[in-house]
Design a binder for this molecule. Structure first.
Ligand code: ZN
Length: 495
């Protein structure tokens, strides 16, 4: 008899200080598939669901897959959306009959209107159907908060080990391998969690720099995994833009049964993260430093990559900050391109005017000018229109489909700007190319992203700088009005 496994993915990274609710429409606009659509959409895609589908073939599982979804990070998830997805999950669990295992791809920082610990709630509802005994494997994004409830209700926890997250597929395979052993009765996995009173640690999970606390912690984790009875070590930097009781970095050790030293290993590694919490392997530059670097670009140089760290939709920001754009325009920088300003109003105006037309736009800065600058008045020439659909060519999330929505590219004083109607982080060169903008031919590229862009953009750039535009993903987290985080907590308080 093949093992019967249910795999599902319900993911969101919720920014506590983003005013816009994340609704069902946001999930539908990003990644959304139910039941039989899932293999059609995710077979061969380098995301967790692609990994679960391949694992099912490898291990001969009978796989049930009721739901696979995630939305661009944003404000609290609407109850309606959460109940919709959990409803499909619970229905799927019931309909599948007697299951041998469950694999859930979660993010680990979802907050809904009603649940601060939404992943804990997903696991509670899962356990309510399948009971306490069958193994439940959970994959996470390392930029996550892991609650005690999540650790208690999961059998296996494993997060991505790269940032940018180019190992989402591999992470699912790793979870699946342990899950399969558990279903065969070879191991009895359980999770030990260690946490600290900090908002973040482990160098914000950076690995692309090739150095720093996350790289060192991963090496140590690999050593621990060679110890008797240890199945997996998972390191989480914390998601500091959450505001609830269990925000912060953690280490989860999955052991076989009550491995005596599992808790000790989790504490040791967490202590390493705590001791090194101040170390950042990448410095985030100011806008002035970014402009100076842009001025230094010479004709024929490969592009300078400016990552808009402070206004990253992938971290829950509005994606409409104008402060870097304004500084580049003021400095007279030419042959630049920016992806993307989320500004439906301007996008629609440009689309109505048509390619070649000149329009007066009030660009961006509309959601909260206090974070990243207010709107810019600009005379813009429309250079391209698109339905906004793209497919990532890699190396990040290769095969992933996404869309900017009905959108336009305009040019203002030598700077090409993509105007979207769906808020999107920038991870792939295709996100420029669908507008006929060839990123390799630009002198300066501005991409709204914190880390994910480094995988695709650094190889085509002369230099890559992360810049704090002061948006909702600013490095200056002391600007956020935390209310629920227990104090004292580092770095809000000196500990
Ligand atoms: Zn992440």
């Amino acid at each position: 008899m093949p093992h019967r496994v249910l795999a599902a993915s319900i993911k969101h990274e919720t920014h506590a200080f983003n005013r816009l609710k994340t609704t069902l429409a946001h999930f539908k606009a990003q990644q959304f598939a139910l039941g039989d659509e899932i293999p059609q959409k995710y077979a061969g895609v380098r995301l967790e669901m692609g990994g679960f589908l391949d694992a099912a073939k490898r291990y001969g599982w009978e796989l049930h897959h009721p739901v696979c979804t995630f939305a661009t990070p944003g404000g609290a998830v609407a109850d309606e959306a959460f109940e919709f997805f959990c409803g499909h999950l619970v229905e799927g669990l019931k309909r599948a009959g007697k299951l041998d295992g469950v694999a859930l791809a979660l993010h680990g920082s979802m907050v809904t209107e009603s649940h601060d610990d939404a992943e804990g709630e997903i696991l509670r509802r899962t356990r309510a159907v399948v009971g306490p005994d069958i193994p439940v494997a959970v994959t996470l994004d390392p930029h996550c908060n892991v609650t005690r409830e999540m650790a208690r209700l999961s059998s296996i926890i494993t997060a991505f080990r790269t940032s940018p997250h180019v190992d989402q597929y591999e992470t699912a395979l790793r979870a699946a391998a342990i899950l399969d052993r558990a279903m065969r009765g070879e191991v009895k996995p359980r999770v030990y969690l260690a946490r600290r009173a900090a908002l973040n640690a482990f160098d914000s999970a950076r690995t692309y720099t090739g150095k720093g606390p996350m790289i060192e912690a991963l090496k140590r984790a690999a050593e621990i995994e060679r110890e008797q009875g240890i199945l997996c070590v998972s390191i989480h930097s914390g998601f500091s833009r959450s505001d609830f009781a269990e925000v912060g970095p953690s280490v989860a050790v999955t052991s076989d049964g009550k491995a005596r030293r599992a808790r000790e290993f989790a504490e040791q590694l967490m202590e390493f993260g705590w001791q090194n919490r101040r170390i950042q392997s990448e410095q985030v530059a100011s806008i002035e430093e970014a402009v100076a670097a842009a001025k230094a670009v010479r004709p024929g140089d490969k592009p300078l990559i400016l990552g808009d760290y402070g206004d990253a939709p992938g971290g829950g920001a509005y994606g409409d900050s104008t402060s870097i754009l304004k500084a580049l325009l003021d400095a007279g920088i030419k042959n630049a391109a920016l992806a993307a300003i989320y500004d439906p109003d301007s996008a629609h105006k440009a689309r109505a005017a048509g390619v070649g037309a000149t329009v007066n736009l009030t660009l961006g800065g509309k959601h909260d000018p206090a974070f990243g600058g207010g709107p810019l008045e600009a005379e813009a020439r429309v250079i391209a229109l698109s339905d906004g659909a793209f497919v990532y060519k890699g190396p990040y999330g290769t095969g992933t489909r996404g869309s900017f929505g009905e959108s336009a590219a305009v040019e203002v004083d030598g700077i090409a700007i993509i105007l979207s109607t769906l808020n999107k982080g920038i991870y792939d060169l295709e996100q420029f190319r669908i507008y006929g903008i060839e990123p390799t031919e630009k002198s300066v590229l501005v991409v709204k992203c914190m880390q994910g862009h480094h995988a695709a953009f650094d190889p085509i750039g002369s230099r890559s700088i992360d810049v704090d535009s002061g948006g909702l993903t600013t490095i200056d987290i002391k600007r956020f009005p935390y209310r629920k985080v227990p104090r004292p907590v580092w770095p809000l308080d000196e500990i």
